[in-house]
Design a protein. Structure first.
Length: 388
């Protein structure tokens, strides 16, 4: 498992029952199974699609309905069917246009009359991924989807295909929201939560757990700030706890020593899924898993105690260890890390840093920050590994 601290990205959208009908509509042309290529980039599955004879990049996101950008909406000369408030995963709300895409080609697989939301994807992280829209759960539910992140492929099978359960290690029962997003029942520390099965979430498991339930745990790290970015922006500042759960029940199976982060949402994401090949069967409401052989050592977290975002081409600390002795503060501007400068970045340089700058192999950081027109240099050592 990769670190579950830093660089979270939540792309879930939640809608009310009024939109159920438009998300039930649409069809797929898929006479036989079809394998498509994806780009699994920084824990998100991206795919090239064709709309109106133009190529775009879409995120494959079970936590959201299908979404297109305002640019695509205008280029295709689409018409609104209705407008409605939409909540993102951080409980931010805005009114959006709902419309229907007449046709979308996903590397040879054609979808017709798919209901969608029109949304501007303005946050810097989304720009760096180059995302123009989302293939959401309502669209995906027209077929079975077999994910293989390791080989960067997804295979679509006709919805009437029979699944050979003997070729998988286990399966989990799911329930479906009105927009077809899969949900898993989960329980840890005596707390029951319904988790969104979310391929648009880069993390492992996030659960909304009361603080008193965490007090007896060992090997806890606490942070303060915002750790997720969703459709309408970052989460509010809050205290975040990272811990190793002795056991967590997901549907009909118990998993041991999983890394969990607390927050306002209840999610299970790609840092968990990437340990498996998995197939989502919307028709029978199950997800089948096959464990990947020769997995690397599992580490709950190993971080430096801070996280940052790129805001107006500046690198701003937005998450810090909750410790009076920790030297960095929320709002500090990072000037440099070791020999890498973060000063005077243009948009292309911001994306290059966001996608490619990697701290995982470094045990010590020399961080220079600007705070209220003063400059400070701090030496930070990486936390010890918490293994399972």
């Amino acid at each position: 498992m990769k670190n579950i601290l830093l660089s979270f990205l939540v792309f879930a959208l939640f809608t009310s029952c009024k939109s159920t009908q438009i998300f039930d509509e649409g069809s797929i042309s898929l006479p036989e199974k079809q394998t498509i290529q994806i780009n699994y980039l920084k824990n998100l599955p991206l795919v090239n699609v064709s709309l109106g004879n133009k190529e775009y990049v879409f995120l494959i996101d079970t936590g959201a309905p299908t979404v297109i950008s305002t640019e695509i909406y205008n280029q295709l000369n689409l018409k609104p069917e209705f407008t409605q408030n939409v909540n993102d995963a951080n409980n931010n709300k805005a009114k959006q246009i709902f419309t229907t895409i007449p046709e979308m080609n996903v590397q040879g697989v054609n979808f017709y009359n798919i209901g969608c939301i029109v949304l501007d994807l303005k946050e810097q992280e989304f720009k760096c991924y180059g995302v123009d829209g989302i293939i959401g759960a309502n669209q995906m539910a027209k077929a079975h989807w077999f994910f293989d992140y390791n080989n960067q492929t997804v295979t679509l099978l006709p919805i009437e295909s029979k699944i050979d359960s003997t070729s998988y290690d286990f399966n989990l029962k799911i329930n479906l929201k009105s927009q077809k997003t899969p949900l898993l029942n989960g329980k840890t520390l005596g707390i029951n939560r319904v988790l969104t099965f979310d391929t648009g979430y880069t993390g492992n498991i996030k659960m909304n757990i009361p603080g008193e339930s965490l007090s007896a745990l060992q090997e806890i790290k606490k942070y303060y700030g915002n750790e997720s970015v969703s459709a309408y922006g970052a989460s509010n500042h809050q205290t975040i706890t990272v811990f190793k759960s002795d056991s967590i029940n997901l549907a009909n199976k118990t998993f041991y020593n999983e890394g969990i982060i607390t927050g306002n949402s209840n999610l299970i994401g790609n840092s968990f899924f990437e340990n498996y090949q998995f197939l989502i069967d919307w028709k029978n409401q199950k997800v089948y898993f096959k464990e990947i052989a020769n997995q690397p050592e599992k580490i709950i977290f190993r971080a430096y105690g801070f996280g940052y975002r790129f805001l107006e081409n500046k690198t701003i600390i937005t998450l810090v260890e909750k410790n009076d002795k920790f030297p960095l503060k929320i709002g500090d501007e990072i000037i440099s890390i070791n020999n890498t400068s973060f000063k005077n970045l243009n948009e292309n340089e911001v994306c290059e840093k966001y996608l490619n700058f990697n701290l995982k192999d470094l045990d010590t950081l020399k961080v220079k920050v600007k705070r209220e027109n003063e400059y400070y240099i701090y030496i930070l050592n990486k936390d010890k590994k918490i293994k399972i």
